[in-house]
Design a binder for this molecule. Structure first.
Ligand code: BTN
Length: 316
């Protein structure tokens, strides 16, 4: 527990109580309080002790995320926050290679080398929500792609439940609001023939970040949609709680239970789309996904199943 979590009750707590709680000296408490003040926290002190003053500032760091989580999650045992990092994805992959277990999350204010699917550069200015999670699901490697479908469902639910916004899922895992990309997901895995060693799931959400001119036509941020700054710690805690439930339910009962929900929100349903596999581009009618997460396309009056590729709305 951190001092911020202890003070989150917004009542006076004496330095003595804090030092007993944390098992550190009064001097150490005083030092930590000063560190938190430097991070932007308004902490008042009087003869009654210390008090956290909520001054309406939306701070974002690991303490804020933990304070917003109402219970300890198995997918989020440790959170590490960085002001700047090359890529949270690269950082978590390194930890995975070192043998760390499920439940580590790295989150950053800014990424200098953020990347997306097919190693595309991912714009990661300050203000967005950029994080990666280390997962070790007990599923076969060929089921791993369903995890990205689940992550999209969790995101779609949060936009709807917490912010009252409808969104669509562009197969396999882009989230669109008003037809523009608000979030992207990447899944990277290390596996043996029939067992997964680890999965690193990276999630990038345009929350309060401003988008460069060249992305304005195709991307959107939540701040633009809601016309106000969003509390990222609150968003992230809600998302992690939602995903934790889906994740364990999926491992127990499979993906089929989520199929209808996914297909109800799939973008460009019944419309002509192109799929770019990197080798060729095919055009067909989008019939949604099957129980294995494959996209069903109607091509020359025949139904075909597509495993991967980049989907775009066909030009006509
Ligand atoms: C995509 O749409 O292609 C996926 C984008 C994933 C971006 C996130 S941001 C956090 C994590 N770190 C990265 O470098 N990439 C992912």
């Amino acid at each position: 527990m951190s001092i911020i979590e202890i003070l989150s009750t917004e009542k006076y707590i004496s330095g003595n109580e804090i030092s007993k709680f944390l098992g550190v000296s009064r001097v150490a408490v005083h030092k930590q309080i000063n560190e938190f003040k430097k991070m932007g926290y308004a902490i008042g002190s009087s003869s009654k002790g210390y008090i956290l003053i909520k001054n309406g500032k939306l701070l974002f760091n690991e303490y804020e995320i933990k304070t917003n989580l109402r219970k300890q999650l198995d997918i989020c045992k440790t959170i590490k926050y960085y002001e700047e990092i090359t890529s949270t994805q690269t950082a978590v992959k390194k930890l995975a290679e070192k043998g760390f277990g499920e439940g580590i999350i790295v989150v950053a204010e800014k990424q200098t080398k953020g990347y997306g699917r097919i190693k595309r550069m991912w714009n990661s200015n300050a203000g967005g929500l950029w994080f990666s999670m280390l997962l070790k699901p007990v599923i076969s490697p060929d089921e791993s792609s369903k995890l990205s479908l689940l992550l999209s469902i969790a995101l779609k639910r949060i936009f709807e439940k917490e912010y009252g916004i409808g969104s669509e899922i562009k197969w396999p895992n882009d989230i669109l609001i008003f037809g523009k990309k608000v979030a992207g997901i990447i899944i990277e895995m290390s596996a043996e023939q029939d067992a997964i060693n680890w999965i690193v799931a990276g999630i990038g959400i345009n929350i309060n970040n401003s988008l460069p001119k060249n992305l304005e036509n195709i991307s959107i941020s939540l701040k633009t949609v809601l016309k106000k700054e969003i509390d990222r710690a609150e968003f992230m805690a809600a998302f992690l709680t939602e995903f934790e439930n889906l994740y364990f339910d999926f491992q127990k009962n499979g993906f089929i239970q989520f199929l209808e929900e996914y297909n109800n929100k799939i973008a460009y349903k019944g419309m002509f789309v192109t799929i770019d596999s990197g080798y060729d581009v095919i055009t067909g009618k989008n019939f949604g996904i099957d129980e294995n997460g494959k996209l069903i396309l109607e091509l020359d009056n025949k139904l075909e199943k597509i495993v991967s590729g980049t989907l775009r709305k066909a030009e006509k």
